[in-house]
Unconditional design. Sequence first.
Length: 71
Amino acid sequence: MSIEMEIEDHGFLFLNGGPEFERTPAASFMIECDNQNRIDHLWACLSEGGIEMQCGWVTDKFGVTWQIIPA
């Protein structure tokens, strides 16, 4: 089972590998931001209920890891 989607001209393929495959920071989304206000906004939204890490990494409340970095 899989799903394909496109976000801002970037293609993504998601696979349902079953319960034996857990989420890890090895697969993350990276968002490049043009200014500090955007970084702060995304960080606040994604870290709510999640885990803040160093160097712009955050795991959201669903266990998905993000990298929020300056462009």
